[in-house]
Design a protein around this ligand. Structure first.
Ligand code: LAG
Ligand code: CA
Length: 476
C-alpha cells in the first residue's frame, strides 16, 4: 500500500549497477530486505541516448549518463510501470530506492532518437516529460559552450562542458523547475533518495536551490536522502557540498582500497577524516562503476581480498557505505550490461537482461559470503564506538563495536588463531562474514580467521537457538 508507513532497514546501500527494474525488485524481496540492506542505488532512470557501438563496447553502459528527457518509460531497464512496481516492492521490504539523477547536463554532440523515441540534438531536447509541456533549447544551456580544459578554474569546471556533454544552465529558473519536476515526480513514485551525478559541476548555490524543500517521501517519510558525487580537490573541496547531503568520499576510496590491497589494515582503525569529511557527511565505498574501470585499485577481480575490504567498511563506523555490485565487463570498459536479443517493438540488443547471481555474467559482490551478513552486523552495532581488541603486525586487526559486535580481519597469509577480549555478552554466535560459529565466554573469544577472511559476531546473531544457525546461508 502506497501510503503505509514503512520501517527502513539500516544504512547499507548496494549499487545494483545496470540491473533492470524487475531484477532489482526481486533482489529486494529475496535477499536485500531479509538481510537488512537499507537501500539500492539504481542506474539513471530517465530516457537516454542509444548508441549501438562506441569505444569498443556494445550499447555502452554510459548511454544512461546522456539524458534525452526526464521520461521514465522504456529505458533499457524497463517500463515506467516496472519502475514503480520496483520502488513499491523494495519499500515493502524496507529498502529505499536511490535514483542516480543526471542534472548537470544532457546529451553529447550529435543527434539521434532516445530510448523512448524522443528525438534529440545536443542543445535541443524537445519533450522533457512526454506530454509536450516542457523542453530545453539552446538558451537553457551554458553560459559556457566549450569543454572544460582548466580543472583549476572553478568557474570553468562548473559552467563548461564535462566530457563534451551539453551543460545545463542551472542558474536558469526554467531549468531548475524542470529538474525539480523530475525529482518530485520520482519522489511521487516512492523514490526515497538520490545519488546526484556530477554535483561538483553544478555550483553549490544552485544545488542548494534545486534540492531544497522537495516533496515528502511517501512511505518512509521526510525529505529524500541525498548524496552528491564530488571528486574533491583543491579547487572544489568535498566540504563545499556537505551542507546539501552526503558527499562521495573518493579520498577514502583511494586510501582504504590501497591499504587493504597492500595488507595494511592497522592504520584504518583510526580512520582519517578523509577529504575533511566527518563520518556523518561521508558516503564511502571500496570501488564504484567508474573506479573499477578507470582506476581499479581493488575490485572483485582481486577476489577474497576485495570482499574483506567491503566487510571491513561495513564493520567500521566511518561513513555511510555503498557496496558495488557489478556485471562482468571483461576488459571492455565501455561494454554494456548483458542484454536480450531482439524484442518485439524494441531495437535489438540493448534491453538489459535479467540479473542472475548464479551466472558468471553478474558478479553480485553483495552476495559474497564475507559481505552478505555484514549489513545485519552493521544494523546490530548501530552507532557504537570502535574499540581495538587485537593486532598482529599491520595486516591483522580485531575490534569491538560497543558491547554489540566483535570483528576480526586477516589480510596476512595463513590462519590467524586469535584469543581476544570482547564486551559481547556470553553466547555462541554465527559468523556473519563467513562459515562457522564462535563462543564468547567471560569476556573472551577464540576465533580462527582465515587468510583473506573475516570473523564478525553480533548481538542478535547467536546460535543459542540451533534453528538460527546452519540453515541461514543466503550468500549465493
Ligand atoms: C559521472 N559522474 O560525475 C559518472 O559517474 C560517469 O560515469 C559519467 O561518465 C560522467 N559523470 C558523466 O555523467 C560516463 C562515462 C563517459 C561517457 C559519459 C557520457 O564514463 O565515458 O562519455 O558517461 O555518456 C562518453 C564518451 C566521451 C564523450 C561523451 C559525450 O566516453 O568521450 O565525450 O560520451 O559524447
Ligand atoms: Ca555545470
Amino acid at each position: 500500500a502506497a501510503d503505509a508507513p514503512t520501517a527502513a532497514n539500516g544504512d547499507t546501500i548496494v549499487h545494483l549497477f545496470q540491473w533492470n527494474w524487475n531484477s532489482v525488485a526481486a533482489e529486494c524481496e529475496d535477499f536485500l530486505g531479509p538481510n537488512g540492506f537499507g537501500g539500492v542505488q539504481v542506474s539513471p532512470p530517465q530516457e537516454h541516448v542509444v548508441i549501438p557501438f562506441a569505444e569498443g563496447g556494445n550499447y555502452p553502459w554510459w548511454q544512461d549518463y546522456q539524458p534525452v528527457s526526464y521520461q521514465i518509460d522504456n529505458t533499457r531497464r524497463g517500463t515506467a510501470e516496472e519502475f514503480e512496481d520496483m520502488v513499491e516492492t523494495c519499500r515493502d521490504n524496507g529498502v529505499r530506492i536511490y535514483a542516480d539523477v543526471v542534472i548537470n547536463h544532457m546529451t553529447g554532440p550529435g543527434s539521434g532518437t532516445g530510448s523512448n523515441g524522443t528525438p534529440w540534438a545536443q542543445y535541443d531536447h524537445p519533450d522533457l516529460f512526454g506530454d509536450g509541456t516542457a523542453s530545453y533549447g539552446r538558451d537553457n544551456f551554458g553560459p559556457c559552450y566549450e569543454t572544460i580544459t582548466d580543472w583549476n578554474d572553478k568557474w570553468e569546471v562548473q559552467n563548461c562542458r564535462l566530457l563534451d556533454l551539453a551543460d545545463l544552465d542551472t542558474a536558469d529558473p526554467q531549468v531548475r523547475s524542470q529538474i525539480r519536476r523530475y525529482l518530485n515526480g520520482l519522489i511521487g513514485m516512492g523514490v526515497a533518495g538520490f545519488r546526484v551525478d556530477a554535483s561538483k559541476h553544478v555550483p553549490e548555490a544552485h544545488i542548494a536551490e534545486i534540492f531544497r524543500d522537495l516533496d515528502e517521501v511517501p512511505g518512509f517519510g521526510g525529505q529524500p536522502h541525498i548524496y552528491h558525487e564530488v571528486y574533491g580537490d583543491a579547487t572544489i573541496p568535498y566540504t563545499n557540498y556537505a551542507p546539501y547531503g552526503l558527499v562521495t568520499n573518493f579520498d577514502y576510496q583511494r586510501d582504504v582500497s590501497a591499504k587493504v590491497r597492500d595488507g595494511n589494515l592497522s592504520p584504518l582503525l583510526n580512520m582519517p577524516r578523509h577529504g575533511g569529511l566527518d563520518s556523518d557527511e561521508a558516503l564511502v565505498f571500496i570501488d564504484n562503476h567508474d573506479t573499477q574501470r578507470y582506476e581499479p585499485t581493488l575490485t572483485h577481480k582481486n577476489g577474497a581480498r576485495y570482499h574483506l575490504a567491503t566487510a571491513f567498511m561495513l564493520a567500521h563506523p566511518y561513513g555511510t557505505p555503498v557496496v558495488m555490485s557489478s556485471y562482468d565487463f571483461g576488459g571492455a570498459v565501455a561494454e554494456g550490461p548483458p542484454s536480450t536479443g531482439t524484442e518485439p517493438g524494441n531495437p535489438a540488443g540493448w534491453i538489459t537482461a535479467d540479473s542472475d547471481c548464479s551466472s558468471s555474467d553478474w558478479v553480485c559482490e553483495h552476495r559474497a559470503p564475507a559481505v552478505a551478513g555484514m549489513a545485519a552486523f552493521r544494523n546490530a552495532v548501530g552507532d557504537t564506538a570502535l574499540t581495538a581488541r587485537a593486532q598482529d603486525g599491520s595486516s591483522r586487526v580485531a575490534f569491538d563495536r560497543g558491547g554489540r559486535g566483535f570483528a576480526a580481519f586477516n589480510a596476512g597469509g595463513g590462519t590467524w588463531n586469535l584469543t581476544a577480549s570482547t564486551d559481547l555478552p556470553d553466547g555462541t554466535y554465527e559468523n556473519a562474514a563467513g562459515p562457522g560459529s564462535y563462543t564468547v565466554s567471560g569476556g573472551r573469544v577464540t576465533v580462527q580467521v582465515p587468510a583473506d577472511g573475516a570473523v564478525a559476531l553480533h548481538v542478535g546473531g547467536t546460535c543459542d537457538d540451533p534453528a538460527e544457525c546452519g540453515g541461514g546461508d543466503d550468500g549465493g
